[in-house]
Write a protein that binds this ligand. Structure first.
Ligand code: ADP
Length: 158
């Protein structure tokens, strides 16, 4: 069984993330979406909220699971027997960061490889921070995020 991890902040989960995830789920037997616990990063949604949103958004994709972890992604991968880590690429600007991350992961563990998928053109500008900024300024973001994210914004009064 080929298992992959899709780690990220998912603050919140967007249709760009969903795009990458659907592509990965078509290739791997199981994909575990891993909401990173990163205390250094100030997030709009709490760890519990991000996890709840992910669970609601992904409950209908049979080979996708949701979890959170505070250590190195490669350690989590080893723990669950995953062979690959999924990341998404939007534009050249993502490359440098992802290249460094891939090198760091390889330094920490030789056996787990990174796999990159590219989002469709219509999602190439979508990031959690752009969606949060649009929403904060009153724009309609309903075509950029799944329904549970809109509900989560409303619940928080955002
Ligand atoms: P992180 O803080 O770990 O970068 P993110 O939640 O911002 O977490 O992103 C997780 C992964 O999804 C990253 O590899 C990022 O490049 C990718 N990603 C996010 N949005 C998109 C998008 N619209 N198209 C393609 N990949 C994306």
């Amino acid at each position: 069984m080929k298992i992959a991890i899709y780690p990220g902040s998912f603050d919140p989960f967007t249709n760009g993330h969903l795009d990458i995830l659907n592509r990965a789920a078509a290739v791997f037997d199981k994909v575990i979406v891993l909401a990173a616990v990163n205390s250094a990063k100030k997030t709009v949604f709490t760890q519990e909220e991000r996890l709840a949103i992910l669970k609601e958004c992904l409950k209908d994709i049979p080979n996708v699971e949701v979890d959170s972890y505070s250590g190195l992604t490669v350690d989590y991968a080893k723990k669950v027997g995953a062979s690959h880590i999924i990341r998404g690429l939007r534009a050249v600007t993502d490359f440098e960061y992802e290249f460094q991350l891939a090198a760091a992961n390889r330094f920490a563990c030789e056996d787990v490889d990174m796999v990159f998928f590219m989002a469709s053109g219509k999602h190439s500008f979508v990031s959690s921070s752009v969606v949060n900024e649009l929403r904060r300024n009153g724009a309609d973001v309903s075509s950029l995020v799944p329904e549970p994210v809109l509900k989560a914004y409303e619940k928080k009064g955002l």
